[in-house]
Design a protein around this ligand. Structure first.
Ligand SMILES: CC(C)(COP(=O)(O)OP(=O)(O)OC[C@H]1O[C@@H](n2cnc3c(N)ncnc32)[C@H](O)[C@@H]1OP(=O)(O)O)[C@@H](O)C(=O)NCCC(=O)NCCS
Length: 163
């Protein structure tokens, strides 16, 4: 299994795996694959990685910029992240997230936010926000990983998330 940058030829396989990973999840919107595609189409994929095993794409993660109080923030949002159902629980998601965070730090990002389950993401250093909030989104699911100081203000995801 290796983690590499997503390429144009991966788009179909990634869309299929995102659909299958989120299928039946109570928190799924059903739009995750379209969000992934829209982020690419908008040139907003700061980091897009896939996990490949014997030529098959088995996982993916995408990271995009977020705004702070409507303006540039230097921060990023992680997700969607997805692993093929039959390959979950084998460390693939963790490998993708760790590599995406390493890339972000290398790019000089201020930090990363995500909407998810703290029980899983705490292991990567994500914690509840102290100064950031995300209007209209469930506060208990917002987690942050500052690479320096955490700013104060309203985080806004890319418009692709409004699909
Ligand atoms: C979430 C996901 C990407 C994790 O990838 P993975 O390869 O299965 O994860 P790993 O093998 O690296 O880690 C497994 C651990 O994560 C935990 N985990 C996986 N999904 C979880 C979730 N939704 N909530 C809480 N914990 C979760 C497992 O219980 C396991 O815990 P353990 O190490 O204490 O036993 C994958 O399960 C998936 O695609 N889920 C469906 C899509 C989804 O929910 N995406 C995230 C929301 S954007």
């Amino acid at each position: 299994m290796r983690i590499r940058d997503e390429e144009g030829g991966d788009r179909e396989a990634v869309a299929a795996l995102v659909v299958s990973a989120f299928a039946g999840r109570p928190y799924a919107s059903g739009t995750e694959a379209r969000i992934h595609a829209a982020l690419h189409d908008a040139g907003a994929a700061t980091v897009a990685l896939v996990a490949e095993d014997t030529g098959r794409v088995v996982g993916q993660v995408i990271v995009s910029p977020v705004t702070l109080d409507g303006g540039p923030s230097g921060w990023h949002g992680l997700g969607p992240v997805a692993v093929l159902p039959e390959r979950q629980g084998q460390g693939i998601g963790s490998g993708l997230i760790v590599e995406a965070l390493t890339r972000l730090r290398g790019l000089g990002s201020g930090g990363c936010v995500l909407l998810g389950d703290g029980g899983y993401y705490g292991r990567f250093g994500f914690r509840p926000p102290r100064g950031l909030h995300a209007p209209g989104l469930p506060a208990e699911h917002l987690f942050v990983l500052p690479f320096g100081d955490e700013p104060t203000g309203a985080v806004g995801y890319h418009p692709a998330f409004g699909i």
